[in-house]
Design a binder for this molecule. Structure first.
Ligand code: PLP
Length: 392
């Protein structure tokens, strides 16, 4: 067996659309494919304003700029995340206050959130780990109470939802309110890196603006701090430098690549979900034996099949597992090292211990998960895991 951890999926139309973009003669950003992709997200998910970016990191940096932070302002970020979530705010001069994960899954613990708030807190940046929603009602309630901006790191959360069951007062019928992740906070960021569910040709991202007060400035920051967008709309008769921006927009060939993937989003999601469910079904009886735990998806969250992970009781067991799988030709990988203990941040951290985050850093392992993985390969992987469990 020789199964990689990830393999980017091609739908077949990518090169065709890139060719089209090239021969249309409009190569820089904000052309037809960019507009089509942005419109797709606005229509399908009800995001108020979308701007394609060259990466998820870029989209987070734009979010941080839009928050207009002053030196000493504080931003609450989970420690169990990718560096970009914290980096974007640090770059704007903010102090990052790391939050712990929940016991049930790696997402930011909304229950201990309020204890982290000080008069300097300006932003909360929840991360929907593995595309599974954070407890957004609880987070939004804290944000509203303290007048904070919420930036959703929805890098992994494409096509996933926060669910609320609304009981009807007058009869027994219940209504389900589903909100796409990225649409709940004031601002959001997605990633189209090749390891995510869909890709813009390797690197790409999306800025999501839900609060209208940020739209005008977002368009300006996106195009190097110029009011070019207003000029093209005819709102001003010349454009110039009006703010501190940067070059966040991707070239058209990346948008063209992304468009081919977006056209197939339902097919991609269906296949990934099939694989995820297969893993879950085959591994459930093994997990019940107590060697490892399966992902826990709360009733307020959906599953976008971004990732399938296991957690082991300790670091030694996880290392043994990764080694065993590798020897048998299957690449499984651990994920984040806790940011509060990272080389770059450990002397800046306030010294609090974040036990759940540390536990995920030591015990979580991700299994191969990509569109071109076959159901039969998932069965073989699970068979290997059952053999490992016997030694457990
Ligand atoms: C992938 C990822 C990012 C960064 O996205 P890039 O497109 O690689 O810049 C940020 N946050 C999280 C949680 C991610 O998974």
């Amino acid at each position: 067996m020789n199964i990689p951890f990830n393999k980017p999926h091609l739908t077949g139309k990518e090169v065709h659309y890139m060719y089209q973009a090239v021969y249309d003669g409009k190569l820089s950003g904000n052309g037809q494919f960019t507009k089509q992709c942005q419109q797709f997200f606005q229509d399908r998910y009800g995001f108020k304003k979308c701007l394609l970016t060259t990466s998820g990191t870029d989209a987070l940096e734009m979010c941080a700029m839009l928050c207009d932070l002053k030196p000493g302002d504080e931003v609450i970020v989970p420690s169990y995340t990718f560096v970009s979530t914290a980096l974007a705010f640090l770059r704007e001069g903010a102090k990052v206050v790391f939050a712990d994960s929940m016991k049930r899954n790696p997402n930011l613990d909304a229950e201990t959130l309020e204890a982290l708030i000080t008069p300097r807190t300006k932003v909360i940046a929840p991360v929907h780990y593995a595309g599974v929603a954070c407890d957004m009602d609880a987070i939004m309630a804290v944000a509203e109470k303290h007048n904070l901006i919420v930036v959703e790191d929805a890098a992994q959360a494409l096509d996933s939802y926060y669910i609320k069951i609304l009981a009807n007062g007058d009869d027994s019928q219940t209504k389900v309110n589903k909100r796409p992740l990225g649409s709940v906070g004031h601002l959001g960021a997605m990633s189209f890196h090749e390891t995510k569910n869909i890709t813009a040709g390797g690197e790409g991202g999306l800025l999501i603006v839900n609060d209208e007060r940020f739209i005008r400035r977002a368009e300006i920051l996106w195009e190097k701090g110029t009011n070019r967008a207003e000029f093209f709309r005819g709102a001003v008769n010349k454009y110039g430098w009006v703010d501190m921006g940067s070059s966040f927009l991707p070239a058209e060939i990346n948008a063209a690549f992304l468009w081919a993937q977006l056209e197939n989003i339902d097919d991609i999601q269906t296949k990934r979900t099939l694989l995820w469910n297969k893993y879950y079904k085959l591994l459930k009886p093994l997990a019940d034996e107590g060697c490892f735990n399966l992902p826990d998806i709360p009733s307020y969250a959906t599953n976008n099949a971004h990732m399938f992970y296991l957690t082991f009781p300790n670091l030694e067991k996880r290392s043994a597992f990764i080694q065993y799988m590798k020897e048998n030709g299957v690449l499984t990988v651990f994920h984040y090292l806790a940011l509060h203990t990272s080389k770059y941040y450990e002397d800046k951290h306030d010294g609090r211990v974040l036990p759940e985050c540390d536990r995920y850093a030591d015990t979580l392992v991700r299994l191969p998960m990509y569109y071109d993985l076959e159901v039969e390969q998932v069965e073989e992987i699970c068979k290997l895991i059952s053999m490992f469990v016997r030694t457990c």
